[in-house]
Design a protein around this ligand. Structure first.
Ligand SMILES: Nc1nc2c(ncn2[C@@H]2O[C@H](COP(=O)(O)OP(=O)(O)O)[C@@H](O)[C@H]2O)c(=O)[nH]1
Ligand SMILES: [Mg+2]
Length: 286
C-alpha cells in the first residue's frame, strides 16, 4: 500500500484542522478495523458484513479488518459470523460470554492492532457514504476521535418521534449537566486513533449503552479533538434497546460522572467549570 492511497481520503478538516492531542505523522500504511457489535443478529449479519466488506474493498484504499463482536447471542449469529470469517479474509470473530455492547467494543479495541478503530451498528442504519469522512481525519492525523451525528446541520434522519425526542433530550441533558460539546453521544458510528483509546478505555467504567457517552466525555476532558460527521440515518425498528431501562442507566451514568467530577475538584460550581476539556469540533457533510 503506497502513501498515495492516503491522498484518496477526503479530509474536510485539513485546511483549518486542529492537530490531535499528540500530533503525529500519519502511518505510511495504516490499518483500519471496523467492529460490528452484534447480539442476536442472525438475519441481518451476512448481508451487512458483505455490504460493508464490498464498500471497504472498493472505497477504502487502505488495508482493513472487520471484526464481528458477538456477546452471548442465543440465536445462530455466532455460527454465521464464523462462516463469514471463513469466506472473507478480512473478517474475524470475537466471542464474549458476557452481554453488553460497550464491553464488546472495549475488548475488540483492546485486542486490535489497527491504527484506526471504528464501530458501527450491524443494521447499517448509518449510510456508509459517511465512512470516508469519518476515517479520513483520523488517518491523516488531524483528529483523535470521530463520531457520526444525527443532530447537527447536514444530517438526514428518518426515525420515529419517540426516539427522536429521547435522543434530543438526552443530548441536551449532557450539555447542561456535563458541559459536553459534542452533539450526538449515541450514534452507532464512531472511530478513533487507537493510540488515544488505551488511556481512555482504562477509565471508562460502563460496559453497556452508556459506554459511548462516557468515552466521549473522557475524550473531551482529555482535550482530544472530536470530529463530527453529519450522517444519513435510517432507523431500523428491530432494536435491542430496552428504552426505559437504558434511559435509567444513562441517567445513573451521568450522575456518576458528575459526582466523580465533584470529587476531583470539590470547590468548583458546575461540571462546565470543572472540565479541563477543550474539545475541538469540526464538521463535514457525508
Ligand atoms: N456485542 C453486542 N452487541 C450488541 C449488544 N446489544 C446490542 N448490540 C448491537 O448493537 C448495535 C445497535 O443495536 P440496535 O438494537 O440496532 O440499537 P438501536 O439502533 O439504538 O435500536 C447492533 O449491532 C446490535 O446487535 C450486546 O449486548 N453485545
Ligand atoms: Mg439499530
Amino acid at each position: 500500500m503506497s502513501s498515495t492511497d492516503l491522498m484518496r481520503w477526503p479530509d474536510p478538516t485539513a485546511p483549518a484542522s486542529p492537530m490531535p492531542s499528540e500530533a503525529r505523522a500519519a502511518p505510511a500504511s495504516p490499518l483500519v478495523e471496523i467492529v460490528l457489535p452484534v447480539y442476536n443478529e442472525e438475519h441481518v449479519l451476512a448481508g451487512s458484513v458483505q455490504t460493508l466488506h464490498r464498500f471497504m474493498r472498493e472505497r477504502l484504499g487502505v488495508p482493513f479488518q472487520i471484526t464481528i463482536a458477538d456477546n452471548a447471542s442465543t440465536d445462530d449469529t455466532l455460527a454465521r459470523a464464523r462462516a463469514l470469517a471463513g469466506e472473507l479474509e478480512e473478517v474475524r470473530v470475537l466471542h464474549l460470554a458476557r452481554k453488553g455492547r460497550g464491553g464488546a467494543l472495549r475488548q475488540s479495541w483492546l485486542h486490535s492492532e489497527a491504527d484506526v478503530v471504528a464501530y458501527m451498528d450491524v443494521d447499517l442504519s448509518t449510510d456508509l457514504t459517511a465512512l470516508p469522512a469519518l476515517l479520513g481525519p483520523l488517518l491523516a492525523g488531524h483528529a483523535d476521535v470521530a463520531i457520526g451525528t444525527r443532530l447537527a446541520p447536514g444530517a438526514e434522519v428518518a426515525r420515529g418521534v419517540k426516539r427522536e425526542l429521547i435522543s434530543r433530550s438526552y443530548n441536551i441533558l449532557l450539555r447542561v449537566l456535563l458541559d459536553v460539546s459534542f452533539s450526538d453521544a449515541q450514534c452507532g458510528f464512531k472511530a478513533a486513533r487507537r493510540e488515544v483509546l488505551g488511556p481512555l478505555l482504562a477509565q471508562v467504567q460502563d460496559d453497556g449503552w452508556f459506554f459511548d457517552t462516557e468515552l466521549l466525555y473522557l475524550a473531551q476532558r482529555s482535550k482530544l479533538s472530536i470530529h463530527e460527521v453529519p450522517v444519513r440515518w435510517r432507523d431500523d425498528p428491530d432494536s435491542r434497546v430496552a428504552i426505559a431501562r437504558t434511559a435509567l442507566e444513562d441517567l445513573r451514568g451521568v450522575r456518576r460522572l458528575r459526582r466523580a467530577n465533584r470529587r476531583l475538584r470539590p470547590g468548583a460550581a458546575s461540571p462546565g467549570a470543572l472540565s479541563t476539556a477543550a474539545t475541538v469540533r469540526t464538521r463535514s457533510c457525508p
